[in-house]
Design a protein around this ligand. Sequence first.
Ligand SMILES: Nc1ncnc2c1ncn2[C@@H]1O[C@H](COP(=O)(O)OP(=O)(O)O)[C@@H](O)[C@H]1O
Ligand SMILES: [Mg+2]
Length: 414
Amino acid sequence: MSSSPVMSSPPINIVEELQVITAQNLEKLEVSKYYEVIRELGKGTYGKVDLVVHKIRGTKMALKFLKKKTTKLRSFLREYSISLYLSPCPFIINMFGIAFETDDYYVFAQEYAVAGDLFDIIPPQVGLPEPVAKRCVHQVGIALDYMHYKKLVHRDIKPENVLIFDRECRKVKLSDFGMTRRAGSPVKRVSGTIPYTAPELCGAAEPAEGFCVEPATDVWAFGVLLFCMLTGNFPWEKALPTDAFYEEFSRWQRARRVGGGPVPSQWRRFTDEALRMFRKLLSLDPQRRCSVKEVFRHFGRCWMVDSEVGISVGAAAAAGGGSGSVMGSHQGALSSTSEEDEEDEDLLVDRMKQQTLSPVVCGGPKGGAMETGSPQGHHYTTVVGMPPGGYERMPRDNTSGSRILVTTPIEICV
Ligand SMILES: Nc1ncnc2c1ncn2[C@@H]1O[C@H](COP(=O)(O)OP(=O)(O)O)[C@@H](O)[C@H]1O
Ligand SMILES: [Mg+2]
């Protein structure tokens, strides 16, 4: 009996298939015919993101417009297809399956995140209350772990790319897959660095063979993101020896154990538990850096020194691995998956959907009440001369804000 063509065909690369199908069906539309624009949600040299309402269905959605002048069709198709492919994850922004072009833009539709992005709610120099930060970290961590499980690397982890649905971070979603690439694929060097850029990508010398995309670079950025959320500061401006804050940190990292060398001043606000976590997330050697899942092992304990003072009974129970702890059970579920590659994909998604997202409550000055006040006027503010105290939005390119201290990688990767 001869095998059927279906059986003998090579495995389909779904993302590539989605790109082909999208390209074949890409229609030219007039936005105003189908959508009413309510307001702009984001803007950059790449294009813009608008909040719109579908005129017939009344559905609110976010339309991402990418300028044809500066965006190749291939890049648009890749970003759209990867976003669509990942959207079953409950902690990744949902898609409507809508992609089209206008005279000047390539466009796709996403669900609208009503509270904007994470950057908007981090009070500069202060940081989020620990329970809020933990809730957010938990969800972003699952999203990133899901991506890595799918062998994809986000490559642009930062607060601006974490969309939020409420200011207490009960529902947050990872977004912006414009830089995402398959793990192991070769990329050219990026020009410019931001505080989230891993040290192996910050180095001045370019290896002859170029770079390979590695999940470890996301893990580094995730570690920096955690620091930003908890403190409202960047830990450094650039992960380079010329940066005094980074140099102090890397000296401490090179010393063996916590307590083996003086903890850098920026990091003294963290508990030993949090420091242990940071040391693994921000390992200088990408080969030795932990996976994203590492953070789940540390949820049961307080991360900020000031919140340790008022540790609640619930937190204490969880810290001891109490069976009543939501985090305790979650921790078990996620940390015992060293063979995650073999896991059934649907099971993984189901399990993620079942996650209860309430973190252990840490008391103390920062851990108590939620801060709901808007951090007014911190956008694009520059604190020249006092890095890493400054906390500012990172544009996708370095042409749109001359007052901004640090630059964002300009993507030149193929
Ligand atoms: N679905 C959405 N809902 C609400 N705001 C959004 C949405 N998508 C994007 N934004 C806003 O627009 C900004 C830019 O969008 P993003 O997709 O990150 O574009 P870029 O590729 O230029 O970084 C985000 O940082 C966020 O503030
Ligand atoms: Mg972005």
